[in-house]
Design a protein around this ligand. Sequence first.
Ligand code: ADP
Length: 164
Amino acid sequence: MTIAICPGSFDPVTNGHIDIFERASKMFDEVIVGVFNNINKKPLFTVEERVALLKQATSHIPNVKVDCFAGLLADYAHQKNAHVIVRGLRDANDFLYEFPRAMLIKNMAPDIENIFLTTDNKYYHVSSSAIRELAQFGGDITHLVPHCVELAIHEKIKRVPTSK
Ligand code: ADP
């Protein structure tokens, strides 16, 4: 049985992430979406909120589990008996960010493979930070995030009034 981990902040989860989970779920027996509890970042959604939103948004994919972790990803992967880490790539910037991290993990844990899935071109421009910004300024995010996220973000973010 091959277990893969899709790690990330998911603050919040977008349709770009969901597309990666759906595709990974066809490649591996089990996919664990691991929400990274990064103490150095001040997120919009708490870890518990992000996990709850991810559970709702992935309920249609039977072999996806949602969990959270802190500390080293390689240690977490070993703890979960996962030998694959899946990351999504949108562009060269993502690659430059992800590649050295994958090398670090490879050095620490040679038994773990790092796999990159290229984004679907529908989601090339979608990031969690863009979603937070769009929501704040009243932009339409309907086709960019799961419905539960759209509701939650409108609850959470007070819209910035536009000046006349
Ligand atoms: P981070 O791990 O930097 O906090 P995110 O939580 O935003 O990043 O994303 C988690 C993973 O999903 C990363 O591998 C990121 O490159 C990937 N990803 C983010 N947005 C998209 C998208 N629109 N399409 C494909 N992959 C994406």
